[in-house]
Design a protein around this ligand. Structure first.
Ligand code: FUL
Length: 697
């Protein structure tokens, strides 16, 4: 029986318990609080799907297009949506959301309503339609199709005026009419302001809440695609919510609820709202590389297996779905390293969940609703999401004990609630019977559709789950117990201001090996025993971790460092903490005096003349960071008096994705550099830095 049918049957049973069924049957619990709609349920069960980012800025190496890019630069000569679909399918994903139009305004389909599209690009002589190819490829591979349509359009002359809304809806209508079923539509909330706007080249501000008249836009969407879910991180409440970060995680406590109206602060995006009056589950969106669009410099920054597995556990394992992005290369393909990474992840997920140790285990409950077999303990271990173990009304604490015929080893616990009747559980514990006594091995707060907990390997003969608090009777549809193989994380590498390189292992037992000549490290390479003296020049460091017990090696981590910062000084600032900006430690930061007014300068004396061809800036990495610079001027000087403007611009998308920002320009000689902050993400005067570095010729 499908979830939908089961859901309606349960509603029926709860409404007409005596009339509809024989009197011996115990009525199912009534729904508690908001419940998911059919589309939301179907979407939640997809769990894992892909994003693909491709636009004109794929050809300019930028995070966001400006809207003035010539469509002639767009030529993905080897474009093959079937390659994307094959990879996603093999990786275990269930759908693909494509950036039909990103902020640049450039359309990947030949829209009737603009000339700024594939039809004016050299690709397929202007006769191509990427949406069509994507829709066909999804169909062929049994994947669902999703559409990203940026509300912000840096190309369109009418952006900011009411006319643009008509244009936006016309485009939506094209996308939601001509390409078959669409499972999700994505309305990005970014509205950076400045743009080309048909040649006006100005800054246009709109009110994200009112300008797009979301109410009527949603109506249109639902009329065209009744089975769709709408994602929107601004404006009227949509079907799904952003989780407040692009780093790939949602809060451990994660309610699929929000209020229908009112602001949603960052913390609430992360955790949902326990007593919210509307079902708005979280979707974790993140990229397989640091950035959303393809940048060749990130070929060595594809997320490692441990990072991707963390993302998996912190999204799907925390009652979210995972929307994992592939940046498409200028040739129109997914990079082989990205493919390799996602396949390793798929294999690792398979390895973890290959054997459910609870299958066939004998389950006993402290309480079963009406002592009715339909709600018995074994319903939680039958691997059927449509049945569940539950208790009598008003019982909100209860335990399930599983007995194994022989001792088993395990380190992952999976649990699911039967969400068609609402999300209820507030806390639970998991205990193991080890050497004759019960020992708590892990505990959690919310469960929702799925929760997976990781802990060190335990060897036990019994397992006990206790629901310690629940809004109403708990409904546990499924639990699982697994023994995940060890995955060794690659070490992290940093270069201090002194020029010394430090390598740190993720776990204490492992040994570290490294190279400084670009070669892949092996057990025959240098063994790391302490900071490495690397002089003043540029250096490439590669390193692996090795566990002598399991004989596992990690993937290789690699960092390229420019000249050492040993002789650098920061001018005019008394506070010695300012040197945290140069300490190579991405976890420390320094903030300018709170009373400074924009523009705010940071002046560095490099100690001697250098050939400067760019700079790098990293904002504070904590999610609560402030002072994140968005617009800058960068000056170079020979003497610290006369300054030449070497570069100016924006750090696009730095708010949602606060990564290293690298800017390059024609080489200039100079001994002094000045990074001048012109604006920040919060439009106040706070300016902070985790790191600042230069790029030399
Ligand atoms: C952000 C955008 O600004 C990024 O470029 C990217 O599309 C990401 C998925 O959403 O807000």
């Amino acid at each position: 029986m499908g979830v939908k049918n089961e859901f309606f049957l349960l509603i029926l049973l709860s409404c007409f318990p005596l009339a509809a069924v024989s009197q011996v049957m115990t009525p199912a619990p009534l729904p508690y609080g908001p419940t998911p709609g059919e589309n939301q349920l179907r979407w939640q069960q997809m769990e894992y799907y892909a994003f693909v980012h491709l636009s004109v800025n794929t050809y300019t190496d930028m995070a966001w297009g400006l809207g003035n890019e010539d469509p002639h630069i767009f030529n993905p000569k080897e474009l093959d949506c079937r390659q994307w679909a094959r990879i996603c399918k093999q990786a275990g994903m269930k759908g693909i959301i494509i950036t039909a139009k990103h902020h640049s305004g450039f359309c990947l389909w030949p829209s009737k309503y603009t000339e700024y599209s594939v039809k004016n690009s050299p690709w397929k002589g202007g006769k191509g339609d990427i949406m069509r190819e994507m829709a066909d490829a999804c169909k062929e591979y049994g994947l669902r199709l999703g559409v990203y349509l940026s509300p912000w359009d840096r190309n369109h002359a009418d952006y900011g005026k009411p006319e643009y809304i008509t244009y936006f809806r016309n485009q939506l209508t094209e996308l939601l009419t001509n390409y078959g079923d669409v499972f999700e539509v994505w309305f990005d909330g970014a509205n950076g302001g400045s743009g080309y706007y048909g040649g006006a080249n100005e800054t246009r501000k709109i009110d994200r809440d009112t300008y797009y008249d979301w109410k009527n836009t949603y109506k249109l969407v639902r009329t065209l695609q009744p089975n769709i879910v709408i994602w929107n991180d601004g404006g009227d409440r949509a079907d799904l919510r952003w989780v407040g970060t692009e780093a790939g995680y949602v809060g451990e406590t994660n309610w699929s609820l929000l209020n229908a109206t009112g602001d949603v602060p960052e913390d609430m995006l992360r955790h949902g709202l326990e007593n919210g009056n509307t079902w708005v589950p979280g979707e974790v969106n993140t990229s397989i590389r640091p950035e959303w669009f393809y940048h060749p410099k990130e070929d060595s920054k594809v997320k490692t297996l441990p990072q991707l597995m963390d993302t998996y556990y912190h999204s799907i394992g925390r009652n979210g779905t995972l929307l994992l992005n592939f940046p498409i290369m200028p040739n129109g393909l997914i990079h082989e390293k990205d493919e390799k990474a996602v396949m390793e992840m798929a294999q690792a997920i398979k390895n973890v969940f290959a054997v459910n140790l609870l299958k066939g285990a004998k389950a006993e409950a402290t309480q079963v609703r009406g002592s009715d077999q339909r709600f018995a303990a074994d319903k939680a271990v039958d691997e059927d999401n449509n049945t569940y173990w539950t208790t009598d009304d008003h019982v909100t604490t209860a335990s399930l004990t599983m007995n194994f015929s022989k001792p088993v080893s395990f380190n992952r616990f999976l649990i699911q609630e039967y969400i068609p009747l609402g999300q209820r559980v507030k806390s639970f514990t998991v205990e193991a019977f080890v050497k004759g006594e019960w020992k708590e091995i892990t505990k959690g707060t919310t469960i929702g559709y799925k929760r997976i907990l990781r802990f060190s390997t335990v060897h036990a003969t019994r397992l006990r789950l206790t629901i310690t608090d629940s809004k109403s009777v708990p409904l546990i549809s499924n639990i699982g117990l697994y023994n995940a193989p060890q995955i060794l994380a690659p070490p992290s590498i940093a270069r201090e201001q002194s020029g010394d390189v430090r390598i740190v292992a993720a776990d204490v037992e492992s040994q570290l090996y490294y190279t400084l000549d670009g070669a892949t490290p092996t057990l025959k390479s240098n063994r790391y025993t302490g900071p490495i003296k690397t002089g003043d020049g540029k250096v490439v460091v590669k390193s692996i971790a090795y566990d002598p017990v399991t004989k596992n090696s990690s993937a290789v981590s690699e960092e390229k460092f420019d000249i050492a910062r040993r002789h650098w000084t920061i001018a005019g600032i008394q506070d010695t903490n300012v040197y945290q900006v140069l300490d190579g430690n991405v976890s420390t930061q320094w903030y300018q005096d709170k009373n400074s007014k924009m523009p705010v300068d940071l002046v560095i004396d490099l100690g001697k003349e250098e050939q400067i061809s760019g700079f790098r800036y990293l904002p504070e990495q904590n999610w609560w960071a402030t002072g994140i610079i968005t617009r800058y001027h960068f000056f170079v000087s020979q003497d610290g008096q006369q300054w030449n403007l070497a570069d100016k611009g924006e750090f696009a998308n730095i708010k949602n994705n606060p990564l290293w920002q690298s800017k390059t320009f024609s080489t200039v000689k100079g001994r002094y550099v000045k990074l001048q902050a012109l604006g920040n993400t919060l439009n106040d005067n706070v300016v902070g830095y985790a790191e600042v570095d230069i790029i030399t010729h």
